[in-house]
Design a protein around this ligand. Structure first.
Ligand code: TXA
Ligand code: MG
Length: 349
């Protein structure tokens, strides 16, 4: 398939391109587009055949439901009942990086919700995304625009790398400003429950709702007793080709430990990558050192994380060692993605 690739300005996206891409969606095609979290791969959420194409293009397991993206607050056609807390979240955080899970109506086909009785709904903020949804005239089902298992794309080049030849259209914009996928909060349960942490944090949700619970699989390795409630969170995910090891503890000890491990790996003839921070990058003298941003600015780390993880795939690296981050605010989302990419391989020093 020939993929049409167009770079757009976020301030004034070309209306003709948006109209054309909107028609592609409405008519059952696939369009990748930027959002503030990560790039998405969109199809008409109400069209079974179109949605099936998303699973095929990504190599995505069929049991992993899609989020629908809407352009206005009237989501009544798609969900059965909107509890007060969900309304509060929509009013406070939409448009923005949060997805709410609600009971779905029959308008949402089984393939979109992977046979669940619920559906995730999000109103993105990115102007290209919003204009595309409006131009299509339908809700857009969109997972992250990566091949399943890889880190999500946060720039157009990564989208092209994963999807060129597999989709009708790729709309490019600026790099995603958040960099990690939306927070997912299940509003069908009481108290509401965070299934995936993101830029709208636990702390922010607690400001509008006293009781907010975090699914245990967000922080720890899933066991037989608790499986992740977001089906997608059970797969090895966000993973670069080389294995990742996280080192956690006081930062001085972490740096010392990583330096010691690097020497051992080099002795074994291995090429080592190090995910460091602006504050620590000069403390490593061997290995391929990449800073993921300033440790004192965790939003910056979130924004760069997937680009850094993907970047190692084009280098000849056998193992990646990574500093841990504190699990507060956006740090919870950063550590959640890092732990998944490392398969929960964490060394405490
Ligand atoms: O920021 C985002 O959410 C991006 C952009 C494109 O909007 N999209 C995204 O979609 O991250 P995806 O498909 O890569 O991740 C969606 C996650 C999966 O882990 C899926 O299992 C979970 O949401 N999910 C979707 N619908 C669900 C539902 N009804 N119940 C529980 N989990 C659900
Ligand atoms: Mg994804």
């Amino acid at each position: 398939m020939k993929t049409k690739i167009v770079m757009l300005s976020e301030k004034a996206p070309d209306e003709n391109v948006i109209k054309e891409a909107g028609k592609v969606i409405r008519d059952g095609g696939l369009v990748a587009f930027p959002t503030e979290t990560v790039y998405g791969l969109g199809a008409n959420a109400l069209n079974r055949e179109a949605v099936a194409k998303i699973f095929e293009a990504k190599g995505r397991p069929q049991d992993n439901p899609l989020i629908i993206h809407v352009g206005d607050y009237n989501i009544n056609p798609y969900v059965k009942n909107i509890p007060t807390v969900a309304k509060k979240i929509m009013n406070k955080f939409w448009p923005g990086p949060i997805t709410i899970i609600l009971e779905k109506t029959d308008l949402i086909p089984e393939v979109t919700s992977a046979n669940l009785s619920t559906v995730g709904v999000r109103m993105p903020q990115n102007s290209i995304a919003v204009n595309l949804i409006k131009a299509s005239g339908v809700p857009i089902a969109a997972p992250s625009a990566n091949i399943s298992g890889r880190p999500s794309p946060t720039d157009m080049e990564s989208c092209v790398e994963d999807l060129e030849g597999k989709v009708d259209y790729i709309l490019g914009g600026e790099n995603s400003i958040v960099g990690v996928e939306s927070t997912i909060v299940d509003c069908t349960v009481s108290p509401i429950c965070i299934l995936r942490p993101g830029a709208i944090t636990l702390e922010m949700l607690r400001e509008i709702e006293d009781q907010v619970y975090i699914d245990p699989s967000v922080l720890s390795k899933p066991t037989k007793d608790f499986k992740p409630k977001a089906p997608g969170m059970k797969y090895r995910h966000y993973a670069p080709k080389a294995p990742v090891k996280i080192v956690d503890g006081d930062i001085d000890k972490v740096v010392a430990k990583i330096n010691e491990m690097v020497l051992n790996y080099i002795e074994q003839g291995k090429n080592v990558g190090i995910i460091a921070t602006d504050e620590t990058k000069n403390m490593y003298n061997r290995g391929t050192v990449v800073s993921v941003g300033a440790r004192c600015d965790i939003e910056d780390v979130g924004k760069n994380l997937f680009r850094v993880l993907r970047g190692f795939d084009s280098l000849d690296i056998d193992i990646i060692l990574c500093e841990a981050f504190e699990e507060i605010g956006v740090g919870t989302a950063v550590m959640n993605r890092l732990k998944k990419s490392a398969g929960f391989n964490i060394l405490n020093v």
